[in-house]
Design a protein around this ligand. Structure first.
Ligand SMILES: Cc1ncc(C[n+]2csc(CCOP(=O)(O)OP(=O)(O)O)c2C)c(N)n1
Ligand SMILES: [Mg+2]
Length: 326
């Protein structure tokens, strides 16, 4: 076992969740293109950042406040592919929102995944509020807000960081910097090079990490979580990564970035890099990989079929959770 606590089994499980997320994501795009799913928000390219961070937390105990990009995160946090597909297809048994929220609006009370809205950066304030509750309750929990670099132009991001730092709250601000806010490159979004630089203005550490390396991400998140649990306050982490496919199924990324740029970035595909590393360490073999790929295929097929057969919400329940009963 390495110093960081990652056993070969855990590393293999990390790889499994990254590969599972990529496969679920691919299937979601197919369902969308076939007219069977309304919209897809992808985690394709962000898997190492999301899975590495999930593994560093007490999954199911610590609170996470994800954004639409975080499919790999919620899978690694314990949401099942069946639950993901129930959500995508708006079925009654969707634990995220019973088919109410649009796809990729993650939330799972039992797993401590806090539901959120579509307005970017609002989850930063929610995570800060959860951390305040944890501090008052002394429950030892850490909360984590996940967000893109574009959303750091929003007021909520700055308000959340300021409040969290002043009150030394047990919260981690985890930025997935893929260089674009839909079509807007980050140089048009902010006048600093790194999101992490913003931490200094609020009085907390700002850490840059290779977001394509799940082990490095795991290590920095673990350190930030330990810090938070010791009562030393928040950390801003910036995981540098890339989104390999369009922002969503309603986007065409050919309008704002070249194919050459995307191909170049794919040389650092986190799945390929991690596979090579696990092979080199003797943790992953051809045989193991083949078995895992088959398992993933079966799980994704099962999830799709299960969700497609599942009932839609009863129209009579339309007002539930919106209006109180008389
Ligand atoms: C306040 C607000 N402004 C605009 C939008 C529309 N919108 C949705 S996602 C998005 C891009 C956000 O980019 P980024 O934060 O970098 O995250 P990424 O999608 O790249 O992971 C925008 C502009 C929104 N949801 N909320
Ligand atoms: Mg972005």
């Amino acid at each position: 076992m390495a110093d960081n606590g990652l056993t070969p089994e855990l590393m293999l499980d990390m790889y499994y969740h990254m590969a599972l997320a990529r496969a679920v994501d691919d299937r979601m795009w197919i369902l969308n293109r076939q007219g069977r799913a309304p919209v897809v928000y992808t985690s394709n390219g962000h898997e190492a950042a999301q899975v590495g961070s999930a593994f560093a937390l007490n999954r199911g105990e610590d609170w996470i406040c994800p954004y639409y990009r975080d499919l790999a995160l919620v899978l690694a946090y314990g949401m099942t592919p069946r639950e993901v597909m129930l959500h995508l297809l708006g079925r009654a048994d969707d634990p995220n929102s019973g088919g109410r929220q649009m796809p990729a609006h993650w939330g799972h009370a039992k797993l401590h995944i806090l539901t959120g809205g579509s307005v970017v950066a609002t989850q930063d304030v929610h995570a800060t509020g959860l951390a305040l509750a944890s501090k008052l309750l002394k429950d030892g929990r850490v909360s984590v807000a996940y967000f893109g670099e574009g959303s750091t132009s929003q007021g909520e991001f700055h308000e959340a960081l300021n409040f969290a730092a002043v009150h030394k709250l047990p919260v981690i601000f985890f930025n997935e910097n893929n260089g674009y806010a839909i079509s807007v490159p980050s140089r048009k979004q902010m006048a600093v090079q790194d999101v992490a630089a913003r931490a200094q203005g609020y009085g907390m550490p700002g850490v840059i990490v290779d977001g394509n390396d799940p082990v490095k991400v795991y290590e920095v998140v673990k350190e930030a979580a330990d810090r938070a649990r010791r009562g030393e306050g928040p950390t801003l982490i910036e995981a540098k990564t890339y989104r390999f496919v369009p922002h969503s199924s309603d986007d065409d990324d050919r309008a704002y970035r070249t194919r050459e740029e995307v191909q170049e970035a794919k040389k650092r595909d986190p799945l390929i890099l991690f596979e090579a590393r696990l092979r080199e360490a003797g943790i992953l073999t051809d045989e193991k990989l083949k078995a895992m790929q088959q398992q993933i295929k079966d799980v994704v097929n099962d999830a799709t079929e299960y969700a497609e057969k599942a009932p839609l919400p009863d129209p009579a329940t339309l007002g539930d959770h919106v209006y109180g009963s008389l």
